[in-house]
Design a protein around this ligand. Structure first.
Ligand code: DUC
Ligand code: ZN
Length: 463
């Protein structure tokens, strides 16, 4: 009988489509076989463990400039934390400077990442300008491996007008790419913010009212109407509201290729956090803001119904002491973003699968498979099948932990999930067949990760 490089024996293999008791064999960094009684030169005994595809976080911001500061995880610390939490691929963003060519911005961002990453990574390209020179670069950007284009309806310097959205949608459609949208109505957010400030409301508790739920749903409805006109596949990032889900669902019912992402913070936390004393509400400032329990419930439902396809983190950490306090005198100066890159898989297992809101297979689908499919990485990533990269997580469904900043490796001084009880935790992570991380210890050197070129998505093959 053939002996493979490595065999993971006796585990429960979980993919988006099935769950089976079988061995998994790895050869040359790829999955070679899944079956019974496989033998290997090396063996990992996974009895009692779940064997999953390495998770893919489709939305992170490592080393991201944000006004006067920068998100506190660099490519090395952020990808280390990701690996220890069972994530083997992250997709981050390129934000070209005004007047900078897209390809030049890509080369700079890639050079920054390459020497630091311990896991594989891909990049989304932000389009904040639609001048002809930028649009002419799209085919080259796609050839270089970025097939998803991030756009904004809000933030000066990033937001596009409706007219620009329409032109951009048309152009991206012609290339076969996917448009991602951060959808919040800029005028509504600006108006609400100015009224709050005029009333003397400067603390973090004003933050959720400065970016109302209706601003999100209005923007989702509008961008999806425009995407419908041009027939452009569109992915709405970090959906936080029930009304936002309803707008997405209406576009899907019209037959559009409209996809959605939500994040653990919008499933598990609420706007009550902003009223914590001693400025602690600042720890939860992100855009869109945390919402209500009814929104949490609606989002869980949307995930289980496949109205929302992915769970990303929008990981964008800032230290409470030294960064969040830039907004001590006014909430509008609090750097927006929260950490979560390390805890996504475990949180979604406990609060999704154990609590009965998602099946085991849906958990894998939303955290691993759908991100790979939508961003053109499937089947190299996001699943367990012969020929796929051997990116694998051994997950102990019986390990109980209390989530706290002390057990995490994110470079930040808090976790928004402090004190949450976890039932199940990733214990071993392999990348391309090599041991990457185990029980809190990182085995790979910086530079171990590879840049992944994304293919154009093939929506007709979506599971
Ligand atoms: N929202 C945040 O809060 N931070 C990073 C980017 C974003 O969209
Ligand atoms: Zn983001």
């Amino acid at each position: 009988m053939t002996a493979f490089d490595l065999v993971i024996q006796n585990g429960k293999i979980v993919t988006a489509g099935e769950t089976l008791d079988a061995d998994l064999a790895i050869q040359g960094g790829k999955i070679q076989a899944i079956g019974k009684n496989l033998s290997g030169h090396k063996v990992l005994n996974a009895a009692g463990l779940l064997v999953l595809p390495g998770a893919i976080d489709p939305h992170v911001h490592l080393q991201m400039p944000a006004g006067a500061t920068t998100s506190s995880d660099n490519w090395q610390t952020g990808t280390t934390a990701a690996a220890l939490g069972g994530t083997t691929t992250v997709i981050d963003f390129i934000e070209p400077l005004e007047n900078q060519s897209l390809i030049e911005a890509f080369e700079e961002r890639k050079a920054q990442a390459d020497s630091q990453v311990v896991i594989d990574y891909a990049l989304h390209m932000t389009l904040s300008s639609i001048i002809p020179e930028r649009m002419a670069e799209l085919p080259e950007v796609i050839r270089a491996g970025m097939t998803s284009f991030k756009t904004y309806t809000t933030y000066d310097g990033l937001k596009l007008t409706d007219e620009a959205f329409l032109k951009m949608f048309r152009r991206v459609s012609e290339t076969g790419g996917l448009v991602m949208v951060h959808a919040e109505n800029d005028a509504m957010c600006g108006f609400a913010t100015r009224e709050l400030l005029a009333q003397g409301q400067y603390g973090p508790e004003a933050h959720p009212r400065s970016r109302p739920a209706s601003a999100e749903s209005e923007a989702i409805e509008r961008v999806l109407a425009m995407a419908g006109l041009t027939g452009t596949p569109t992915y709405i990032v970090h959906i936080s509201t029930a009304q936002g889900v309803a707008a997405l669902s209406r576009a899907q019912a019209r037959g559009q290729l409209a996809f959605g992402e939500t994040c653990p913070q919008y499933l598990l936390l609420t706007d009550r956090e902003y009223s914590r004393p001693d400025f602690e509400g600042a720890k939860f400032v992100c855009a869109p803001p945390l919402r209500k329990e009814t929104d949490n419930a609606f989002l869980w439902d949307a995930l289980s119904q496949n109205t929302i396809q992915t769970i990303g983190t929008d990981h964008c950490p800032f230290f409470f002491k030294g960064q969040k306090d830039l907004g001590k005198d006014c909430f509008t100066h609090i750097p927006g973003g929260i950490p979560g890159i390390e805890s996504r898989l475990a949180l979604m297992y406990t609060y999704g699968v154990v609590s009965g809101k998602l099946t085991l297979n849906q958990w894998v689908d939303r955290c691993c498979t759908k991100p790979a499919e939508l961003f053109g990485l499937y089947p190299q990533k996001g699943t367990l099948m012969p020929g796929a990269d051997a990116d694998i997580v051994l997950f102990d469904p019986h390990q109980e932990r209390v989530l706290s900043h002390q057990i995490l490796h994110e470079n930040v001084d808090y976790t928004p999930y402090e004190g949450l009880v976890l039932k199940g935790y990733p214990i071993t992570t392999l990348l391309r067949g090599e041991l990457l991380a185990e029980k809190g210890v990182m085995y790979a050197e910086p530079g171990n990760g590879k840049y992944l070129k994304c293919n154009l998505p093939r929506f007709e093959q979506l599971s």
